[in-house]
Design a protein. Structure first.
Ligand code: HEC
Ligand code: HEC
Ligand code: HEC
Ligand code: HEC
Length: 130
């Protein structure tokens, strides 16, 4: 009986630790992402490279991630929030202002803008579109 209890405890530990490990890893998303418009694609697709982990090391999640309230306004990032695809809100059918109405526009408004402010060479097309 004691032995069985011990096994149960051990199993419980492994499952718990495993679940926490997975949750933490999953929360940060992939280290490298290739971003690609699917809802409003350009005639010639231009995937964008995105070193996610390298950006996470430099800045807070909320620089890029946010949510949307029932009034359609932006909600600032809170730790542990569900993180949606940019395109799920930034697409031509979502009633966004023009400058944010596609993945391309939202991507350029976030990514290219910071790159331009950081260092003009970082805003060149081939930095993101190889
Ligand atoms: C800092 C990164 C970055 C830079 C620099 C950048 N883009 Fe983008 N671009 C993106 C992101 C992110 C998207 C949205 C995801 C995608 O489809 O590639 C995008 C999308 C696009 C799209 C739509 C692609 C598609 O498949 O529908 C075009 C066209 C485009 N960019 C052209 C340009 C041009 C031209 C330049 C240079 C003047 C440029 N981009 C510079 C990040 C960048
Ligand atoms: C420089 C901008 C930026 C920063 C900083 C950033 N992310 Fe992301 N993250 C993105 C982009 C862009 C995507 C891809 C979204 C898409 O595919 O539409 C993404 C995707 C994700 C995903 C996967 C979502 C999905 O369903 O595909 C998770 C999870 C995530 N990020 C978590 C985080 C966490 C946690 C942090 C902070 C530790 C963080 N990110 C920091 C830009 C960023
Ligand atoms: C749940 C919906 C939702 C998701 C997912 C989302 N956004 Fe937004 N985003 C919004 C709303 C709402 C606004 C405010 C629009 C306005 O000004 O009317 C906004 C505003 C922005 C702005 C304008 C600057 C600012 O801070 O207001 C940028 C740039 C932007 N989003 C880029 C992105 C990128 C890139 C992603 C993916 C990493 C993303 N958004 C994911 C809803 C979303
Ligand atoms: C708040 C500022 C900021 C935002 C937002 C941002 N970046 Fe960056 N990005 C940087 C900085 C800083 C570097 C590092 C440049 C260096 O190492 O010299 C960088 C590096 C990169 C690189 C590697 C460049 C190279 O040649 O090594 C790529 C690709 C890139 N970013 C794409 C993106 C994309 C795509 C997005 C939007 C989803 C994005 N970035 C959003 C600041 C930003």
């Amino acid at each position: 009986m004691k032995k069985m209890l011990f096994h149960c405890a051990l199993l419980f530990c492994c499952v718990t630790v495993g679940a926490i490990g997975l949750a933490t890893a999953a929360d940060k998303g992939p280290a490298e992402i290739t971003l690609q418009s699917t809802i409003d694609p350009a005639p010639t697709p231009k995937p964008s490279l995105f070193p996610h982990a390298a950006h996470q090391a430099r800045m807070e999640c909320g620089v890029c991630h946010h949510g949307k309230g029932p009034d359609g306004k932006k909600i600032a990032y809170t730790e542990g929030q569900a993180i949606g695809k940019c395109e799920s809100c930034h697409n031509s059918g979502a009633g966004m202002p023009d400058k944010l109405s596609t993945f391309k526009n939202a991507g350029h408004a976030l990514c290219q803008d910071c790159h331009r402010k950081t260092k003009p060479e970082l805003a060149k097309c081939n930095v993101c579109h190889k």
